[in-house]
Design a protein around this ligand. Sequence first.
Ligand code: ATP
Ligand code: MG
Length: 366
Amino acid sequence: MTDVTGEILRAPAEVGYADELAALAAADGGDRPTGWRLTPRAVRAFVVGDPALGVTRKFYGDDALVDRCVVTLMSNRGLLLVGEPGTAKSMLSELLAAAVSGDSTCTVQGSSGTTDDQITYSWNYALLLAEGPTPRALVRGPLHRALAHGTVCRFEEVTRVQPEIQDVLIGIMSDKVLHVPELDGPDGVVFAARGFNVVATANLRDRGVHEMSSALKRRFNFETVRPIRDRDLERRLIVEQTTGLLERADVSTRLDADVVDLLVTAFHDLRDGVTQDGVVVERPSAVMSSAEAVAVGYAAALDAHYFGDGRVGGEHVARQLIGTVLKDNPEDGTKLRHYYDVVVAPRARRDRRWKAVLETRAELDR
Ligand SMILES: Nc1ncnc2c1ncn2[C@@H]1O[C@H](COP(=O)(O)OP(=O)(O)OP(=O)(O)O)[C@@H](O)[C@H]1O
Ligand SMILES: [Mg+2]
């Protein structure tokens, strides 16, 4: 395969972090569950970092949650990551699949239009007509491949999928077998190789997990991924992730500590509905997750780099923040104006960065 990682927008975790996975594998001693590429300790280190081996931290916050996820993947139950949007559920499932199986691309992207042949198997119709149902004519879907190879299958947004399609999972996850009745002999029964498991994600804001059948719920261990509460941790996350994104974009501009502080403060004020000084603000209904904070920081740096002098100021952050808050609910505009009046304006008298934020207020009335 030609090396295209320099050209593609985003490589899967096992490609982007191939060096780290190789370092972990080289240093890895101890028992490995059958079918796993790494020991459970090394899988954990891949997610939460191991400075001695040059492995970066990728998931911030709850390390105990990561341990529980790894344990679940060794067990005979699937792992369901639930939580608010932008809490890194998909990222965590990708990292776990990359570390456990060396492949995070065996993935179903769940939607209301997902059909069972997309997740299990379908046919190459030209070959089917020419030679009938043969193994050659079979088009293997993500679950078929994961069962046959003993790898982790990711199932994104499982609750968006119609209940009768979710039910396909029940049989596979309890019996660990997929039947292909059109094929005779051993090809017609795919037994799960060891190492097979499913990591699903579900978003609490969209269709909730309560719509999953209890039979399916029983086949998963649920883990709730919560937003980051700790400001210092969120600062580190923003610095590291925006730096990574800017490096990849060949942009030399970086966010300095003051601007990261401003960004984190604004997000926490609006998320919590109260500032650290106790001023009450109205919480917008728009999603204000860490994923949004990283996106705002990255876009602010691009704005300063290409349209400014390369120094990121409050005005760059504020413009992106307005775009994040003003999505579909007009009331969010009123709430943000209120925030400008009761929080930003007093801060602007003491601090030039907040003054730059205040100067963007007119953009709220566009
Ligand atoms: N605890 C965290 N550790 C690391 N990154 C985080 C964390 N929380 C949020 N992020 C940010 O979120 C981004 C990934 O969000 P991801 O798409 O995985 O979220 P999600 O929970 O799957 O959201 P959705 O429910 O909308 O699908 C990461 O790239 C990172 O910037
Ligand atoms: Mg997701």
